[in-house]
Ligand binder design. Structure first.
Ligand code: GTP
Ligand code: MG
Length: 259
């Protein structure tokens, strides 16, 4: 079966030599409609599965955040955002790849149909959370791009992971792919504004604007490092706790809201 015959909209059309009789044509149209509707249902089900995979990954991060809060009295995660890629974006990406719009091609070629973005307080929280996620036995790493260790030419920074996570449905277990982007509040601030600006105007060739944005990204990265250093300094300043202090600290955690 070639790609054209197998896209969402069914077969490549009805050829004149096939218009044998009205009855034949009606039955062929019926078959064609059935195939189109079948493909649409399959697509909708796949999108539901991606939405469920997002729930699994979000829950994993929420649990890590709660555990960290109970142990260290601060939240490493400031915010979690997620989305299932829109149909238009999926279609555009497959077209760019030269692939037909089919459920099989989405599963095979689109890594970011399900996307989760984790916004952290400090740079070290990013790696701590990534390690804690990847240590989990049901999570498999497919691809890792560390745009913090090696920022993109334009200054973009983030840690990108493509992972698979099992999702248990009524009668099957599916390994679903999810793109996880982990970044600090500062990195997210830069990426959000850069994305907006890029959207407004094609800035690819605007040398001056590109270099100003890159400079801003570097200032932001330095600030991120300084904020982390300040936190570490404060942590070091804390005196070695007495036995009473430890007891009081544990008692204070009784009141932490862990929902
Ligand atoms: P895509 O086809 O966009 O998925 O690119 P890719 O497969 O090379 O993936 P990559 O990991 O480089 O980037 C994927 C996602 O990271 C994008 O969809 C954006 O959300 C984000 N991203 C990557 N580069 C930039 C950038 O320069 N600026 C901003 N604002 N976001 C970026
Ligand atoms: Mg993408």
């Amino acid at each position: 079966m070639n790609n054209q015959d197998n896209n969402f909209f069914g077969s490549g059309g009805i050829r004149p030599q096939q218009l044998m009789s009205l009855e034949g044509m009606a039955s062929r149209i019926h078959e064609h409609s059935k195939r189109v509707i079948g493909n649409m249902i399959e697509y909708k089900e796949l999108m539901m599965m991606y939405a469920c995979a997002i729930k699994e990954i979000r829950t994993k991060f929420e649990i890590l955040d709660t555990d960290f809060k109970v142990r260290y009295s601060r939240n490493p995660i400031s915010n979690i955002k997620s989305r299932v890629k829109s149909t238009a974006s999926i279609a555009k990406k497959l077209k760019r790849m030269g692939s037909a719009i089919t459920v099989e091609n989405i599963i095979e070629n689109i890594n970011d149909a399900a996307g989760v973005r984790v916004i952290c307080s400090y740079v070290d929280d990013i790696y701590l959370l990534a390690d804690a996620l990847l240590k989990q036995e049901d999570v498999r790493l497919v691809e890792k791009k560390d745009y913090i260790a090696s920022p993109k030419e334009n200054g973009y920074r983030s840690l990108h992971l493509i992972v698979t996570v099992p999702v248990f449905f009524m009668d099957e277990r599916r390994e679903m792919r999810v793109e996880v982007q982990i970044r600090t509040i500062a990195m997210d601030f830069w990426a959000s504004l850069e994305h907006q600006l890029k959207y407004k105007q094609a800035i690819d060739d605007e040398g001056e604007i590109v270099s100003q944005l890159r400079e801003c990204a570097e200032i932001i990265a330095k600030t991120d490092c300084r904020m982390m250093a300040i936190r570490e300094e404060i942590e070091k300043m804390k005196d070695t706790p007495t036995e009473d202090d430890v007891m009081l600290e544990k008692l204070s955690k009784f009141d932490i809201n862990i929902t």
